[in-house]
Write a protein that binds this ligand. Structure first.
Ligand code: PA5
Length: 531
């Protein structure tokens, strides 16, 4: 562990500060507990990781399990694309997005009723929602040409709430359905419910709908058949969780009025900074090395993300997917069981000071924190508050206070400081974490670009829906007969699935949809169900 002597600490801070004015960012790792020899010990491994990233960027099929290239880096530097066709596609897509947004804003693409679209409703999930949500919240202003809302779940109450908010504005709402695969159930359900709301309001959904999806997908076919307003492409070489700078993120952002060129430029510059071979000068390499050291040498797998800025509240949710879906893997690339992963949690400072920081300070020491500060507090001048300090001075003071107190308590933290928060910074942050994830995955030898666990969950959910159909079918054929869970499960030949049948029946009886009623018994399992 590093010395607590303030002079020694200052020297350590100066020695290891990664200062990148070219991307308006500093990374301080001095309060992580690595020892000074560690960076030299890891040099050649990090060099290999950087080389692997170079071949990934050159078009190697780095997603070996799915036999795919990993091309999100080309989205902000099309010249790097491995062939002219991909380069031209990327450039054409950005032009098409800007053009479409301009036509929507000017009213030259107008809805069925009224003079223009003023609301964007995004329907998507996971990588097709978290990036757009983060960016919308980070960069939205009250002067935006369109307000933006999201349906990112198959939660009926959640969908109702969003639709109720839109109610009077539905005629002026442009719905973007985002799904790379075009077949994700949650997104399809959301789309069907939203389409039904348009129909109920006597509006033609197709005249208000745009798709972002891969060519040939179910969604793609539907959008063509129904003549939706536009279809923007997704490509198999862009993963869901790294798709923010494809049409997935750029289209909603451009419609909201966000400067997408600046986001792309921030990411492009950050890519250059994080290809830097001098490791101490490469913030993504330093972050990946810090994660590696904390996990390997001190078993700290919990990453607490604390941005000291309300606008970065959704960063931890965005990073949760980027990091946990990329790094949480059972097998390494050699097929050895490793069960890797980092757990990302977070909210925002200084709000967290009154919530989870108590445990960070005194409870289980199983984490490292990532504090994020922004130097420029707001546009223009702030009023002096207590002791002539502004609200921003207090926010900054709390960040430094938490950092110092954590260190005093033997807790580790690193701090990212951005000069200001704007579209370019958001692009920088996205690219920084993407690259850190890629480098860390190289260090631990896993494929960061597939998600077999997500697929397993999707299959299991599908099985439950099929079983429910059988249960309801059986009750329908035996109308009026009240039976227990075990009787029903045995009758449909699924005695071994009695527990799932129990959950299905309880849920069905709690809702009016399927006409299932429940007669209570002496225990929950003696209850009888009928149609
Ligand atoms: O990162 C991923 O690949 C996933 O989280 C997907 O983004 C998510 O499952 C949504 O998939 P899709 O865009 O195909 O609807």
């Amino acid at each position: 562990m590093s010395s607590h002597d303030p002079i020694q600490l200052w020297k350590r801070y100066c020695r290891h500060l990664c200062h990148r004015p070219d991307i308006g960012l500093r990374l301080d790792v001095s309060r992580m507990h690595f020892d000074d020899a560690y960076l030299d010990q890891m040099r050649s491994r990090m060099e290999s990781a950087l080389q692997a990233m170079q071949s990934l960027e050159a078009g190697a099929k780095a997603n070996i399990d799915e036999d795919r290239m990993v091309g999100h880096y080309w989205l902000r530097a099309p010249d790097l694309a491995p062939d002219d066709e991909i380069r031209a596609e990327i450039e054409k897509n950005v032009r098409a997005i800007k053009n479409f947004a301009q036509q929507i804003h000017s009213g030259s693409i107008a809805p069925q009723q009224g003079d223009g679209f003023y609301v964007v409703l995004v329907v998507g999930i996971g990588g097709s929602a978290l990036g757009p949500q983060f960016v919308a919240d980070a960069l939205g202003t009250t002067n935006d040409p369109m307000i933006i809302r999201f349906v990112d779940n198959t939660d009926p109450d959640g969908i109702d709430r969003t639709l109720a908010e839109l109610d009077e504005n539905l005629a002026q709402t442009l719905t973007i359905v985002i799904s790379k695969s075009g077949g994700t159930v949650e997104t399809r359900n959301g789309m069907l419910e939203v389409a039904a709301a348009y129909h109920k309001a006597k509006l033609d959904f197709a005249r208000h709908a745009v798709a972002v999806t891969m060519e040939g997908s179910r969604l793609h076919k539907q959008a063509i058949d129904e003549r939706w307003l536009h279809i923007f492409p997704m490509w198999d070489w862009v993963g869901g969780r790294t798709s923010e700078l494809s049409a997935v993120g750029l289209l909603p952002a451009a419609l909201q009025g966000i400067d997408i060129d600046e986001m792309l430029e921030g990411a492009r510059l950050c890519d250059i900074a994080t290809r830097e071979p001098r490791i101490g000068n490469n913030p993504a390499a330093m972050m990946a090395l810090m994660w590696y050291d904390a996990v390997k040498n001190r078993s700290k797998r919990n990453m607490i993300v604390l941005p000291y800025r309300d606008r970065l509240l959704l960063l931890s949710r965005y990073l949760q997917q980027l990091i946990m879906e990329s790094l949480g893997k059972r097998y390494d690339r050699g097929g050895k069981e490793v069960c890797e992963g980092l757990t990302v949690l977070g909210n925002k400072g200084t709000t967290d000071q009154h919530a989870l920081v108590q445990q960070l300070q005194e409870g289980t020491n199983d984490f490292f924190a990532t504090l994020i500060g922004v130097s420029r507090d707001r546009e223009g001048k702030s009023m002096p508050l207590g002791e002539e300090a502004t609200a921003g001075d207090f926010l900054h003071g709390f960040l430094l206070g938490t950092r110092a107190a954590l260190f005093e308590g033997g807790r580790e933290s690193m701090t990212i400081s951005a000069d200001e928060l704007n579209a370019r910074t958001v692009g920088v942050l996205i690219a920084l974490f993407e690259r850190a994830v890629g480098l860390y995955a190289e260090l631990i030898n896993i494929n960061a670009y597939h998600q077999p666990g997500v697929e397993m969950g999707k299959k299991a959910a599908g099985g439950t829906i099929r079983l429910q159909k059988e249960v309801l079918g059986y009750l329908g054929q035996h109308r009026g007969e009240a039976q227990t869970v075990e009787q029903i499960a045995a009758a449909i030949g699924h005695a071994d699935a009695a527990e799932t049948v129990f959950h299905i029946l309880e849920h069905a009886a709690a809702n009016v949809d399927h006409g299932v009623s429940r007669e209570a018994g002496e225990s929950p399992f003696a209850a009888k169900y009928r149609m």
